[in-house]
Structure formats: structure tokens, C-alpha cells
Design a protein around this ligand. Structure first.
Ligand SMILES: Cc1ncc(COP(=O)(O)O)c(C=O)c1O
Length: 425
């Protein structure tokens, strides 16, 4: 998902400890993007390594179409307990893109079971990113990743503007099978926190057209903004109370960077409709979905999030992270700093009018390199302004990082801004 590093930025990592990684040249970096928004608990966790080794020695594999394993059963049970009602079923995958694929397939099958076989369109939102595989790209509106496949994807419906100011979202969703949305849109938009009422609007638009709401929590789940899922955090706002998705896609942080863990949670009404589908049971089986080693890691991650009170920790420390980054907003080339939990974005501007830099200046790439030069790994993206232009940085350190790390990150970004922007008025 992150913009692939330009060849000059590619290097070989050889080891990691805590929240730092080392490259083959012996340089140490503070990992301010948690690997790829997944290393929630930091590197070199002996508890996670131990459960992997134990699971691998006991039962490394169980064919998912034929068998469950103690690990997959245990993980499903514990994950459903942590997610709470109305979720009653989980399907496992090995990545976030596959989780989105499984969610889309579920939505089509659900509609067919309900007698709406013609509902094949999935509504999606402007600037939201949902994965690298083709069906996930079909509902993705992140220009840099989608553009090379536009001809293959032709026929998909256009992305909707959530704050359209035009037709209400429920009219736009219309007779779609589902509406998929990131809870906090990150990779393509730089993590602006959706305004109060966002979840209620998504829920209302889906209910009006009997479409399913798919919450893409691949990046925002597993403590990134505090609770297990970001929608739970946003739904604490009075305007969003009671707004619960029908399907939740997860990945990344579920395996904390130690094992490929992903999947979808299905609300009970979706799961039971699939069970009574006239065209047979719904199966989403992939060789490594629900793999015992991956599920053992998933279980340990869930337990660690609980034992280490990560939800409370993230909420307590988020103001310190936001506070460390806030002064960046005074820089003339910073348009806005925003975010929630341990997920923050810094949007850049060409001048005080808020206009984006011309893409040809490759500001995002230069900022990434300048931060790296100062020993800090950040994510940079483009397209937040109009799909093609609009450079931004994402800062998402491991959930176990501390205020002195926040200060180091902010100092490195400030110096990188001064260096990269030095040439502009
Ligand atoms: C919101 C969202 N959905 C889906 C994906 C795809 O996940 P994966 O890279 O594990 O396939 C990503 C990846 O960054 C993401 O940010």
C-alpha cells in the first residue's frame, strides 16, 4: 500500500528491536509507520516468537476446506468475543486485500440469497484505498495504485464523495449490494478524522437501500486508534452512536507484523442469510486462511492488546503524539495536521492558499528520503487534494512507543521540511 520506495531508497533490513530496525549498512531507523501499519506491539517480542514456534512444532497446517484446528477455533472464538455483537462469524484470509475480496463476495452472496441477484455494484468513497488485488482495486479510488489498471477495471462505478454537498449519500448508494468505506481514510487521503455523523450517514445510506456496510478496518483496526476497531471509537460520538457495520474487513495489525493474519467478521444476520442461501453454502477457503501458526499469533496479539491495556494507552498517549506534531502546522508548507490515536497525517501545501505542489516536484518522495536520512521511517502518499496531487505524510508508530519517540519523529519531520522546502518561497 505504501508508495513503493524509489530504487535509491530501497535497502536491506537485517534486524529489529523494539521500535527500531537496522539496515545492512548498520544504520538504525525509528519505525514511525509500524512496518506497514502492522507492527502494533513492536519488534523482538519473545511471546509472539514463542507461540509461533509452539504452533509450528505442534501442527503447522490444517487444510481449511476440511479441518479446523485448535488455534483457528480458539482465535475465531476469542476474536468474536472481543468484537462483540452483532458479529457471529469470522472467515480468515492471509492479507487485507483478500479480506476485502472475501467481504465483497459475501455481499454479493448475501444479496443473491435475499433475492437481489442483480445487485452487483459496490459503492465506494473518493480517495479510499482497499487493496492491491483486482476486485479490491475496483472499489479503490486511490489514483496512484488504480491508474495502471484502469482499462481492466473499466465498468466499475465512480467513487462517491462522502461530503458531496450534492446528492445525499443514500441516493448515491441506491441499489448497490454494499458500500465499502475506510473508517479513517489513510493511504489515499492522509488520515483526516471523518466529521461527527459520518458513521451514521454510512449506516443510514445502507439501510435506505438495503445495502450492506463493509467497514474496511485493515489499517485502522487492532488498537491503531485505541479499541479493536476504529468504528467503535467513532461510534462513541453522540452523532454516530449505534452505527455498527455489517461486515468488518481486517488484516495488518491482527498479526502485529509477525504472521499474515486477515479476515472478515460477519454480523449474525449476514451469516445466517448465507447459511440459508439457495445456491449452497458460502465458502471462502484459501490454502493459508486460518493457518494454525497465523491464528496462534492472532490469539497472542489479542491477548497482549488486552493485557497491556493498549486501548487505554493509545487514548492516553494520543494527545502527546498530536501535541508533538501540532507545531508542524505552523510551517508555511504544511496545510493541516490531523489524526486520531496512533495514526496522524501531515498534509503539505505549495503556498498558504492551500494549493498542492505540482506532482513533478515529487515532494512526497523527497520528504520520505529526507526523513529517512534523519533516521525516521514515515509513509508518504499523494493524491489527497484531487486524486493526483496533494502530498502528505502518515505517522503511525507502534502502539508501545513513548513520548520521547514522538519528539524525535517531530524533530526529524521539521528538519526534513526545512531541507525539502528550502528551495521554495
Ligand atoms: C484500508 C486498507 N484496506 C486494505 C489494504 C490491503 O491490505 P494488504 O496490503 O494486507 O493486502 C490496505 C493496505 O494498506 C489498507 O490500507
Amino acid at each position: 500500500m505504501a508508495s513503493p520506495a524509489s530504487p535509491s531508497l530501497r535497502s536491506t533490513l537485517v534486524r529489529a528491536e523494539g521500535i527500531h530496525v537496522w539496515d545492512a549498512g548498520g544504520r538504525r531507523y525509528l519505525d514511525a509507520i509500524s512496518g506497514a501499519f502492522c507492527v502494533q506491539l513492536g519488534y523482538s517480542r519473545t511471546d509472539l516468537v514463542r507461540v509461533m514456534a509452539e504452533a509450528a512444532s505442534r501442527l503447522p497446517f490444517a487444510r481449511p476446506t476440511t479441518f479446523d484446528s485448535e488455534e483457528s477455533e480458539g482465535y475465531a472464538r476469542e476474536l468474536l468475543a472481543a468484537a462483540g455483537p452483532p458479529f457471529s462469524r469470522v472467515l480468515f484470509t492471509s492479507s487485507g486485500s483478500e479480506a476485502v475480496e472475501a467481504a465483497l463476495k459475501t455481499a454479493y452472496r448475501y444479496q443473491r440469497a435475499a433475492g437481489y441477484a442483480g445487485r452487483t455494484r459496490v459503492a465506494h468513497l473518493r480517495g479510499h484505498f482497499h487493496g492491491a488485488t483486482l476486485a479490491a482495486l475496483q472499489v479503490t479510488d486511490y489514483g496512484p495504485r488504480r491508474a495502471p489498471y484502469e482499462t481492466v477495471l473499466a465498468g466499475g462505478s465512480p467513487a462517491l464523495a462522502e461530503e458531496a454537498g450534492g446528492r445525499p449519500l443514500d441516493e448515491e448508494v441506491g441499489d448497490a449490494a454494499a458500500l465499502i468505506a475506510e473508517t479513517v481514510p489513510a493511504a489515499g487521503l492522509g488520515a483526516p478524522v471523518p466529521p461527527p455523523g459520518y458513521l451514521a450517514r454510512l449506516r443510514g445510506a445502507c439501510d435506505a437501500g438495503r445495502a450492506l456496510w463493509i467497514a474496511d478496518e485493515v489499517l485502522t483496526g487492532f488498537g491503531r486508534v485505541g479499541p479493536l476497531f476504529a468504528w467503535k471509537r467513532l461510534a462513541e460520538r453522540p452523532e454516530d452512536q449505534g452505527a455498527v457495520p455489517d461486515i468488518v474487513a481486517f488484516g495488518k495489525g491482527a498479526g502485529a507484523g509477525y504472521a499474515p493474519v486477515g479476515g472478515v467478521l460477519l454480523a449474525h444476520r449476514v451469516a445466517s442469510a448465507l447459511d440459508s442461501a439457495p445456491d449452497g453454502p458460502f465458502v471462502h477457503a484459501q490454502t493459508y486462511g486460518g493457518n494454525p501458526i497465523a491464528c496462534a499469533v492472532g490469539r497472542r496479539v489479542l491477548a497482549a492488546l488486552r493485557e497491556e491495556k493498549i486501548d487505554a494507552r493509545v487514548r492516553e498517549k494520543e494527545t502527546l503524539l498530536a501535541g508533538a506534531l501540532a507545531p508542524l502546522a505552523r510551517h508555511p508548507h504544511v496545510r493541516e495536521v490531523h489524526g486520531l490515536g496512533f495514526l496522524h497525517g501531515v498534509e503539505l501545501q505549495a503556498d498558504r492558499s492551500g494549493a498542492p505542489f505540482p506532482r513533478g516536484l515529487a515532494i512526497a518522495e523527497r520528504m520520505e528520503a529526507a526523513c529517512r536520512e534523519r533516521g525516521i521511517l514515515v509513509y508518504t502518499g499523494v493524491g489527497s487534494a484531487d486524486g493526483a496531487r496533494g502530498d502528505f505524510l502518515l505517522i503511525a508508530p507502534p502502539l508501545v512507543s513513548d513520548p520521547h519517540h514522538f519528539a524525535q519523529i517531530a524533530i526529524a519531520i521539521t528538519r526534513a521540511l526545512d531541507e525539502v522546502m528550502g528551495g521554495f518561497p
